[in-house]
Design a protein around this ligand. Sequence first.
Ligand code: PLP
Length: 459
Amino acid sequence: MSLDLPPNDLSHVVAADRAHVWHHLSQHKQYETADPRVFVEGKGMRLWDVTGREYLDAVSGGVWTVNVGYGRTSIADAVRDQLVKLNYYAGAAGNVPAALFAERLTRKMPGMSRVYYSNSGSEANEKAYKMVRQIAHRQHGGRKWKILYRDRDYHGTTIGTLATSGQDQRAAQYGPYPDGFVRVPHCLEYRAQWDVEHYGERAADAIEEVILREGPDTVGALVLEPITAGGGVIVPPEGYWPRVEEICRKYGILLHLDEVVCGLGRTGTWFGYQHYGIRPDIVTMAKGVASGYAAISCTVTTEAVFEQFKDDASDPMGYFRDISTFGGCTAGPVAALENMRIIEDEGLLENTAAMGARVLANLRALQDKHPVIGDVRGKGLFCGAELVADRASKEPLDERRVQAVVAECLAQGVIIGATNRSLPGLNNTLCLSPALIATPDDIDRITDAIDGALAKVMG
Ligand code: PLP
């Protein structure tokens, strides 16, 4: 069956979408009257919608996902061949792509050795939390059950992961939440909470203060985004990460890094944490693992974490008692293998570092021109510009005007993002995350669109 519809039938698709699809993160009263945006085709960084209109996608599929760009026939071919050969057997048994991807992935992550497969970032994080809780039961007599998370970070949309949402608007109206999840302060120096010289160390020390308040023997893990994504593209200040690692080691707390956005090249290294020379205990990843060509996520651990689930073969509870039906699919890991090959063979880490530097330079030049840009931050092709009504007071720009900038870029055919409906009063950061294949012309076109949009919206 082919879904190549003649143009006349595309209006039928739009009507079907309006009538039957319940869209993610959408206010449907607004959606009913908005221009239809149903995408039909993608190639590289370009997308076409049902009307044939072309867009330059500066957000990799909307949510930092399509790292290697659209229209990769080699991934589609690899997935097709694998599906015809063997599409599925539950993950308690092995399969060829799952074994090979786990091997290649852990080679990129010195110190990590085990890969647990599931299907989404939320699920990967939920698995990690279950591992931490089960370790508490098995190794610490039920103590060390608390998981610390950071203000402004996000880890997913299930009840468990929302319990670790540092973004209040996302978690509101879905409670009550389970116990044992405790918030630590964010580390964004632009909105400093401490007036000190060594801000990174001070922000990390704030985590230690929470640990001491809660009791170190009650805390099992600390989950952090290496660079906070939807919470405002927050690159931790110098000195933060080594101190965080030191604190975790001091109190025997597992360091869980959520690489769902940063992972697989987005920041110019395979993983975001690799900029900082730290050694995590658990790493979760999803979006860029297969660039959206198949659903796959991974919870990767050290051998030391894994060992804690196999110390007593005679214990009927002595293993990680978890399953994910589709975490055993073969399509995910085979797409991930090809995705990884593309990143390597096309030198996309190097390109990301170079193009990311260009994005930052362009945004900083715009900052000199537009007083509304209060702060520019980012690493690799993961950048943000925080918009303020007033530079001196740093009062956030009104959300409607931020959205007007996004809409104006769209009118110019460039899709950018913004922190949206996540942080009360702080939905004021423009987000850019083009595919890792971006060229200098692509980058300039994106920042030119922002330049024009800011001029228009701010008058
Ligand atoms: N972790 C981070 C840092 C994310 O940004 C997201 C999604 O945006 C998730 C986890 C959840 O991933 P998913 O939507 O695949 O469940």
